[in-house]
Design a protein around this ligand. Structure first.
Ligand SMILES: O=C(CO)COP(=O)(O)O
Length: 257
């Protein structure tokens, strides 16, 4: 199976460090068997100014580049915003929508998330749709929250008849920025239910369910096939850590082959 491995650099790095990190990851991607053999699909989300140089640095690799946010309109008097149309024109493939930090710090609510998801799909971008419960609780509660968020996030795209493949990043909010990820069994149970929901809808064919929230080396091996991959933050800042995760993809492929 192909594993989807995404990295959001959030606002951690300055410009030069972003370029150095992308150059190191491009070098790993050019030679790593997980990427060369198609076992891992890698996408990277730098800050907006990092997009054009990152697209250049990854040009001769299969690594996809995307943005951490977009505006819900495509053109106009929206000072400071960046449209999905421009991201697509640049060559972006993915765009993140609904991250817990945007909800908490920038007041993005379900309506905004739905409008941005529709804008992504309308512009041919794959939304990396972040879903997750605020507080740790039962898997039943987590699944219910995620399914409600998924339904609400897709509402505007459905109304416009523009639903397509998405990457769902299941990110329990309480596990973001923590020392450890959520319990692998818990992750597997929630991702499994999200997978069932996606499989029930042919318009969502090709969608992926990946896990984020203090994910790092070692987690993928434990999860096995319970998730389609990982959405990484801090624990991918060292390119060597990302390489170890790609090594895990190779080992898992060996196991399931
Ligand atoms: O929010 C995340 C990815 O977007 C996860 O971040 P951390 O892995 O740093 O907790």
């Amino acid at each position: 199976m192909t594993r989807t491995i995404g990295v959001s650099l959030k606002m951690y790095f300055g410009h030069q460090r972003t370029l150095d990190w992308c150059a190191d990851v491009a070098e790993i991607a050019r030679r790593h068997p997980a990427v060369r053999g198609g076992g891992a699909e890698l996408f990277v989300l730098p800050s907006f100014p990092g997009l054009p140089p990152a697209l250049d640095l990854f040009r001769d690799t299969p690594v996809e580049v995307g943005a951490q946010d977009l505006f819900w309109e495509d053109h106009g008097a929206y000072t400071g915003e960046v449209s999905g149309a421009e991201l697509r024109e640049l060559g972006c493939r993915h765009v993140e929508v609904g991250h817990a930090e945007r909800r908490r710090l920038f007041g993005e609510d379900d309506r905004v998330v739905a409008a941005k998801t529709a804008a992504a799909l309308r512009n041919g971008l794959i939304p990396v749709l972040c879903l997750g419960e605020e507080r740790a609780g039962s898997t039943t509660d987590a699944v219910r929250t995620c399914l409600e968020q998924l339904d609400s996030a897709l509402a505007a795209a459905r109304a416009a008849d523009r639903v397509g493949a998405v990457v769902i990043a299941y990110e329990p909010q309480w596990a973001i920025g923590a020392a450890e990820p959520a319990d692998p069994e818990f992750i597997g149970a929630v991702c499994g239910e999200l997978r069932n929901a996606l499989d029930a809808e042919p318009v969502l064919a090709g969608s992926r369910v990946i896990y984020g929230g203090s994910a790092g080396p070692g987690l993928l091996s434990t999860l096995g096939d319970a998730a389609d991959g990982l959405f990484l933050g801090r624990f991918a800042h060292d390119p060597a850590a990302l390489e170890r995760i790609l090594d895990e993809v190779v080992a898992l492929d060996g196991v399931s082959a």
